[in-house]
Design a protein around this ligand. Structure first.
Ligand code: PAF
Length: 282
């Protein structure tokens, strides 16, 4: 695996790769890699000739300073995992490389209302930060194919919109959530859970699954209230639990035969914020 810190050299290297007629798959990450990230690398290797991964903890997408400072980091282990998974190129810029000045952090893209609901409502400015960094990373790497994880479902839709808005010819693949044996969606933030919190965290997926099973016959709003009250008893602080149309995240109050729906949840266990989602139809 070749590692780059500077975009100037990475661009040159990738130009050479493209001139050989090879396709490139790109997996952007913030490090603290786990099996979820590695599944994206594996998808990229199946679909593109060369796989590029980036590790950059993007300060601009954190609306909470403490969350940014406590974001897990395990760079040596990440490099080892990427080597073992067959990743070809790692881009590991520092902040100066991505944001040389203040003006380079504040671009706004017209993504539309989807930017300000769910995650956007509870983490103001988050998606603006995501779009800022993703635009820069895509312009540096110019991939043919981008791989994103379904765990950040709203991010997947927003980045797809950004790519359309920028008129970039990049295919986007949304890859399935990888879960621990007890159902907890893999996430770098899981590393911040203590032993008890880690056990409790699996209840998030359990409650989404329970709603999904009962949905065809029962009212969503009642199922939602009962799930929230059960989760709160277990120590969660819920930001939201919603059902939405999977295409545009328009919120739904009932299933009404629309099985193209997705359940989405965000909740805190002490100061660790977890998100998860589940398609109503498999
Ligand atoms: O999902 C993430 O890890 C980040 O939001 C991303 C896409 C790498 C942008 O910083």
């Amino acid at each position: 695996m070749v590692v780059f810190k500077y975009s100037k050299y990475l661009r040159k290297y990738l130009e050479h790769i493209r001139s050989e007629g090879l396709s490139t798959g790109f997996v952007p990450t913030m490090g603290a890699l786990h099996a979820g990230h590695l599944s994206l690398i594996s998808q990229s290797r199946k679909n593109a000739d060369i796989t590029v991964c980036s590790i950059f903890v993007n300060p601009v997408q954190f609306n909470n300073k403490d969350d940014f400072q406590k974001y897990p980091s395990s760079i040596e282990n990440d490099i080892l995992l990427l080597e073992e998974s067959g990743c070809d190129i790692l881009f590991m810029p520092d902040e100066q490389e991505i944001y040389p000045d203040e003006a380079s952090k504040i671009k706004h893209f017209e993504i539309g209302p989807i930017e300000n609901i769910l995650e956007g409502k509870f983490r103001p400015g988050h998606f603006r930060g995501v779009c800022n960094v993703v635009e820069k990373l895509l312009k540096i790497t110019e991939p043919s194919h981008l791989f994103l994880g379904q765990k950040d479902y709203q991010q997947c839709l927003i980045v797809s919109k950004l790519i359309k808005l920028l008129n970039l010819n990049i295919k986007v693949s949304i890859c399935p959530i990888i879960r621990e044996a007890d159902g907890l969606a893999m996430s770098s933030r899981n590393l911040r859970l203590n032993e008890n919190e880690r056990k409790t965290a699996a209840k998030l997926h359990e409650s989404l699954n329970n709603i999904k099973t009962r949905l065809p016959l029962e009212n969503f709003l009642r199922l939602k209230q009962s799930a929230i009250s059960d989760l709160e008893k277990k120590g969660f602080r819920i930001d939201y639990l919603e059902m939405a149309n999977a295409d545009d995240l328009e919120l739904l109050e009932n299933i009404n035969g629309n099985y193209n729906a997705i359940l989405l949840i965000a909740a805190f266990l002490n100061d660790v914020r977890l998100i998860d989602n589940l398609m109503v139809k498999d």
